[in-house]
Write a protein of this length. Structure first.
Length: 244
């Protein structure tokens, strides 16, 4: 079967496997590749995402698909009295993150925990976090609705859900964006990380992810309230927020 974008549809097991391989393969080069592919702009998106989180200074926060810690470290720099749990299915990504945290003088590692876990079946109790973040991670999960349901479960009543993810770009820019994504990114993947296919997969996963409105509806369907979104860079990404 193929999607309306013409890509081959992968089955669920195959997808989970591929995601595992992709991130195990790229863990050491992940930060470098992000800088190269987005020309550094992912840093600005992430800065803005964390700056805009309306949190108490001592919030208990969970960053799912937290990878090498980009969101968690920013959150701790902004809220030094917070406690942040970084959860990711891939141990390699967390290992790189832990190493970075120890090198970073601005971060108090006693306020950080690293936990291996699946966003679809989180190893945490109900009603335990003030905020749940997920940045460039949810589109890699097999059952996006299940991930949001789990976010709802682990959030305290009134807790904040915030998701930063690639989204649907403004139609006027679409052709140029597609050309860049499909022609340039996999080649960069090959040159910098010797991995053409992983980066081809990453581009395809962006196209498969629901657009801003459909994703808002999915979030509402899990029981989260006050769902809003904001486009970044003409919709290349969007921040979706909601409350339990
Ligand atoms: N949040 C980080 C950031 O913004 O740079 C990392 C994002 S990285 C593109 C995606 C991460 O999602 C990877 O570290 C991958 O291991 C993780 N991931 C994929 N499937 C997952 C799942 N089911 N549960 C938890 N993490 C998952």
């Amino acid at each position: 079967a193929s999607t309306h974008f013409g890509f081959e549809q992968v089955n669920e097991e195959e997808k989970a496997d591929r995601v595992r391989q992709v991130f195990t393969g790229v863990a050491d080069k992940y930060d470098l590749m992000n800088d190269a592919m987005s020309m550094g702009i992912h840093r600005l998106w992430k800065d803005y995402f964390v700056q805009s989180l309306p949190l108490r200074s001592n919030a208990k926060m969970l960053d799912v698909a937290g990878g090498t810690g980009d969101i968690s470290f920013r959150a701790l720099r902004r809220f030094p009295r917070a406690h942040v749990t970084v959860c990711d299915i891939n141990e390699e990504m967390l290992r790189v993150g832990e190493h970075k945290a120890h090198e970073d003088k601005m971060i108090d590692c006693s306020r950080l925990s690293f936990v291996v876990g699946d966003g679809e079946k989180l190893p945490f109790e109900d009603n335990s976090f003030d905020a749940y973040t997920i940045s460039f991670g949810i589109r890699n999960c097999t059952h996006v609705d299940q991930v949001v349901r789990e976010a709802h479960r682990v959030l305290k009543p009134g807790g904040l859900f915030a998701c930063l993810e690639f989204s649907q770009i403004h139609p006027a820019l679409r052709q140029m964006y597609d050309l860049y994504s499909f022609q340039v990114i996999p080649v960069m993947g090959e040159v910098l990380a010797k991995d053409y296919n992983s980066y081809k997969y990453l581009v395809e996963s962006i196209r498969r992810f629901p657009n801003q409105t459909d994703f808002s509806e999915l979030i509402s369907s899990t029981g989260l309230k006050d769902v809003r979104y904001e486009n970044l860079s003409f919709g290349i990404c969007a921040i979706h927020t909601a409350r339990k």
